[in-house]
Design a protein around this ligand. Sequence first.
Ligand code: ZN
Length: 232
Amino acid sequence: MKQEKSLAQAIRERMQGTSKRFWAGDNISEYLQEGDKEQLINEATEAFENVLDVLLIDRHTDPNSQGTARRLAKMYFNEIMAGRYEPRPDATAFPNDSKDRYEGMLVVRSELRSMCSHHHQPVTGTAYIGLIAAEKLIGLSKYSRIAQWCARRGTLQEELCNDIAREIEKATGARDLGVYVQAQHGCCENRGIMAHSSLTQTTVLKGAFKDDPATKKEFMDNIKLQQDFAPR
Ligand SMILES: [Zn+2]
């Protein structure tokens, strides 16, 4: 009997058919329909069961491993990789074009939870998003929502920094902006070199943030102020 095609395979073929890239850090939400995620979670559960079997873990009698395959499947789709399957958060823009428009710098701090695409280990950090407001403004919470949406995928910190900058640019229309990400990497701490205090910084600067030393300094000074304030 011919085996029926899995939903994952059907979606993969659709993406390949349109040359859609589906790397770990790519959003593929436009290829999913209502109810697909539930079916994909079922398929991933089965696949994780196979992995546990090959790891020779008794998922039938070990009470801690009984629901692990489904927990993993749900965690990937709904949490640690949610930013691949969910559409971009809605960020309604408000006009910033009155005569008393805000022209200063805006710096928003956002906690990040991500995952390295090499080892699927957690990346934990903070993004500082700075910009000079253009003709529109978005709600302050939207910066974090957009940053989280970019982070909840398999990423490299360098790419993540670029992704956040690009999406904030799209949402706000701002041309002068900077994104600074500081993060700790589980793959350095839990394996390999086991460096417990590994910390990586990446910066993307555009427009005046890149070309004007005073703007760049103001951004960096703001980050320092935010870090001093950080309730830790
Ligand atoms: Zn890694």
